[in-house]
Structures are given as C-alpha cells and as structure tokens.
Design a protein around this ligand. Sequence first.
Ligand code: FES
Length: 56
Amino acid sequence: MYICICNRVSDKSIKASIKEGATTMRELYKKHSIGNQCGKCCGCAKKLLNSELIKV
Ligand code: FES
C-alpha cells in the first residue's frame, strides 16, 4: 500500500526504514521525501511510525 502517492513510497519501505533505526518523521522525510508535495501523507506516515515504534 502506498503511504505517499506523490513520491510512490510504500508502507513496506517505511517499515524497513524504521527497522533500520528511523525513529522520527524528520528521518523518514530525509530518506523518502514524504510530505514534500501535497503533504496529505504526513498523518498516515506518523500513525505508521508510532505503531511500528510500539512494536520495537
Ligand atoms: Fe505524500 Fe503527497 S502523498 S506528499
């Protein structure tokens, strides 16, 4: 499933980044450029980040 349609970033690639150590939206932004166009993905990406961090 795409989290960021503008940049074609999937939930899988975001989850992979979190497994590799990303813990903040800033890190996800740097790596995937999520939110740099329409910004609609930010809420979804944040939810995904929080739910994945709980598992770690
Ligand atoms: Fe991510 Fe538009 S969906 S910037």
